[in-house]
Design a binder for this molecule. Structure first.
Ligand code: PAF
Length: 282
């Protein structure tokens, strides 16, 4: 695997692949790689001749009171993992390479999707994500780019952005990777205390219970949201939101909508966890 930190260097390598007629798959990450990230790399490998992975802890998607400085940076271990998972190139740019001025940069903003759900408690976060993903897609110009389903709002936002900006990359989604007890894998899980790690799978369990209730038409969406929130609070979670939405655009569902998703964001002390389950009503 080649590691490259300059845009020009990466473009030279990709130009060689293109000259040979090879397709390129891309997996953007912020590092601290776990099995979920490696599944994205395997997916990219199964769909393209060459796989480029990037590691960049993007400052513009962190709020002023978020964990940018303390975000786990484990590039050496990450590189070893990528190498055993068929990545051809690791793109590892510095902040200066990606932003000439981090506080004043051209910004991509996706209306509605950037301000609902997680956007409410993380103002500016999705503008940072949309901007860096646009930039990375422009640099790599991949045939496909793979994103995880745990960050479902990010996935829908990127799909809309790529479509509206006519970026010629196919966005591929991968299912959420879970620990044995159901907790969605996340680089932030390492912040959980032993007691909070014990409680954490409750989020997924409550979402499963909510989906079951909806399927059995046991209650309306508002009632389900409130009930799930109350159950989680009782277990020790601080709940930011629990919402049933439409899968395609994350708008509140109408009575005739069948393709739905339940999403939740909670905190255990200062660790924020998100999760979701997509489901279809018959
Ligand atoms: O999902 C992530 O790790 C990040 O939001 C992404 C897509 C790499 C952009 O920084």
């Amino acid at each position: 695997m080649l590691t490259v930190s300059s845009i020009a260097g990466l473009r030279r390598i990709i130009a060689e692949y293109r000259k040979m007629g090879q397709s390129v798959g891309f997996v953007p990450t912020m590092g601290n790689l776990h099995a979920g990230h490696l599944m994205l790399v395997d997916k990219a490998d199964s769909l393209s001749d060459r796989v480029i992975a990037s590691i960049f802890v993007n400052p513009t998607q962190f709020g002023p009171n978020e964990d940018y400085e303390g975000y786990p940076r484990t590039e050496e271990e990450d590189a070893k993992k990528l190498e055993t998972h068929a990545a051809d190139v690791l793109f590892l740019p510095s902040v200066e390479t990606m932003y000439s001025d981090v506080n004043s940069t051209t910004t991509v903003s996706v209306p509605y999707l950037s301000s609902t759900l997680c956007g409410e408690s993380r103002p500016g976060h999705f503008d940072g994500v949309a901007t860096i993903v646009t930039k990375l897609l422009n640099i790599v110009q991949p045939d496909i780019a793979v994103f995880g389903g745990k960050d479902y709002q990010q996935l829908v936002l990127i799909r809309q952005m790529v479509s509206e900006l006519a970026i010629p990359t196919q966005i591929v989604a991968c299912d959420t990777c879970r620990e044995e007890d159901g907790l969605a894998m996340s680089s932030r899980n390492i912040y959980l205390s032993r007691e909070h790690r014990r409680i954490a799978p409750g989020l997924y369990q409550e979402l499963c219970r909510a989906v079951d209730m909806i399927r059995r038409r046991k209650a309306g969406f508002d009632e389900i949201n409130l009930q799930t929130r109350a159950n989680l609070e009782q277990q020790g979670f601080q709940v930011q939101y629990i919402e049933v939405r439409r899968q395609g655009d994350l708008r509140p569902p109408a009575a005739e909508d069948k393709l739905l998703i339940i999403l939740g964001a909670v905190c255990l002390a200062s660790t924020r966890l998100i999760d979701n389950i997509i489901f279809e009503l018959d």
